[in-house]
Design a protein around this ligand. Structure first.
Ligand SMILES: [Zn+2]
Length: 244
């Protein structure tokens, strides 16, 4: 059965204000498996957008941006649910290990074909006449390539780039060591972790989890699920390491 259109006045995206500087977004009418979190953090000199949803509706107009202020969009990895609207941003950063693939956004890298093949990709239509069969991710060649130890400076605070492979080879996290905020993408989140794709590696994932256990986070904002603190991070990491 064809889903209904969005109710009048309803956005495709939902926004949650975490604090005065940080908004979290998701796509409530999207299939659960592809429903990711993405974030807009206002810095003093630069705004950071962490991940960019599926690209089913324009994301930029939904963000509370300041006209004229620079924005850097960072993809934590190249999967469809994180890079769909990346092309809307002029400044686009992503991980070195997957960097070249952003110029083409092939299904092989993004798994967009899995989305097209879902029985129920959306519960409401993102726009009139929308169909999953024609879904493609717009190419978004990176303008900045990120690797371990790189820093993103927002003015009053900065984020260290952590390479956290396992879910995919490219997975990165952004960590503000002063504040303890970690944007973890799909490296770690409080829901079922996925490590059975061609781009996954269990040994890398275990090493990432051992590393994450020692990071003194205050809060983790992941690619899926709710935010969590240091104790839960240790539990999730230990559970993964203990998987048979
Ligand atoms: Zn992913």
């Amino acid at each position: 059965m064809q889903p209904m259109p969005l109710p009048a006045g309803t956005s495709w995206f939902s926004r949650t204000s975490i604090d005065a500087c940080l908004d979290a977004y998701t796509e409530p009418f999207l299939n659960d498996y592809f429903r990711a979190n993405f974030y807009h953090l206002k810095g003093r000199d630069l705004d950071l957008v962490v991940d960019a949803g599926m690209g089913l509706a324009p994301l930029m107009p939904m963000l509370r941006l300041t006209p004229g202020k620079p924005v850097l969009a960072v993809a934590t990895h190249i999967h469809a649910d994180h890079v769909g609207s990346l092309h809307e941003f002029a400044e686009r950063a992503g991980p070195r290990a997957e960097a070249e693939a952003f110029a083409a956004m092939d299904d092989h890298w993004t798994f967009a074909d899995e989305f097209r093949n879902l029985a129920q990709p959306v519960s409401r239509l993102p726009s009139l006449g929308w169909t999953a069969e024609t879904y493609r991710i717009e190419p978004a060649p990176l303008t900045h390539i990120l690797g371990e130890g790189d820093r993103i400076d927002l003015g009053e605070r900065s984020f260290l780039v952590l390479e956290l492979p396992g879910h995919s080879s490219g997975c990165i996290g952004l960590y503000d060591e002063r504040d303890g905020l970690l944007f973890s993408g799909d490296a770690v989140y409080d829901d079922t972790l996925i490590d059975d794709m061609w781009c996954s590696d269990g040994d890398d994932y275990r090493a990432t989890m051992r590393r994450l256990m020692d990071i003194p986070v205050r809060i983790v904002h992941g690619g899926h699920g709710d935010p969590f603190g240091a104790a839960r991070l240790k539990e999730i990491a230990q559970d993964y390491i203990d998987r048979p």
